[in-house]
Design a protein around this ligand. Sequence first.
Ligand code: GLV
Length: 352
Amino acid sequence: MGGRIRIVASGDYLHTIGTDKPKDIGFEVFDPLAGLIDLTLLPAAPQTAAVAPTDLANADMLLMLGQYLPESSIAPAAERLVVVARAGVGVDKMDIDALTRHGVMLFNVPDALTEGTAAGALALMLAAARNMVAQDRLIREGRWDDRQHHRGREIYGKTLGVIGPGRIGGELIRICAPFRLRVLAYSPRLTPERAARIGAEAVPLDRLLAESHFVTVCAPLTDETRGMIGAREFGLMRKDATFVNVGRGPIVDQAALTAALKARRIAAAGIDVFETQPVPKGEPLTLLDNVVLTPHAVCDTYELRRDVLTVIARELRDFARGEIPRTVVNPEVLDRPLFRAKRAALLGRLER
Ligand code: GLV
């Protein structure tokens, strides 16, 4: 297994910040290793596709944005592939068990996304509650005088419910402080002490749903959260509730959400993530006027993308110096003989 270190970037990696220059994604940190590293940018590919097994031939490291990574892509590359970096936080499109079995370490960069996503969630909350998209349309359609039929709802002094109060949910609570909200939080293992540390009260899900004016989903997609919010849960919410989802689409039953909004069972919603992405044209949710939609882009700023990719480059450079990234998703891999052997071989190849 001699030769240069081959780093492969998935076909959606660079296009997110509109560059094809490695220096724009922080790769100048590899300059001291010049001559030892090859970076291959795969041709543009949609996020509905998996990384093709043939693209990973002889790859040592893989940079992933939003494509799928099933076992059928991992296994053929497993002799050499030692690390996968996910330029984001969610790892629901990757077969983590297969990565571990094949001795491949996976790390993500949750911290780099926290502030951008929390700010985006707040923007969706405000835009949906204040009816901004419908009001925007009034002007474009010459219907100024209809504005009294499109009033917003107040934010100050209300109750915010955070489902999944992790990094992003915690930051959302922090930046909402000026609105003087009462904050309820739910996740299955949330302790009262941890909730109190982020300024929230830990409550059962049903109580959060029944009492919150703003119900926000910030949770990752797992077996536990899939389908967690459906018709029953929308039935428990306040009629004046604004529902926000910046977690993952399949946490919510989208047909039930659409029905609740259409019947004005709840007042409004701000939705960034969907059951099927990209959202098909004509999808019933897109036909409603009390929902604000963003295309899984609520965190997506130029600054954030650049930060994320720069952090990844630094973590990979440090990995090549023998360090372990701070946020390994499958830490059990670190003791696997296969991973240890591949890592030792890679470090050996880098010794000049
Ligand atoms: C964005 O949704 C991410 O998981 O990185």
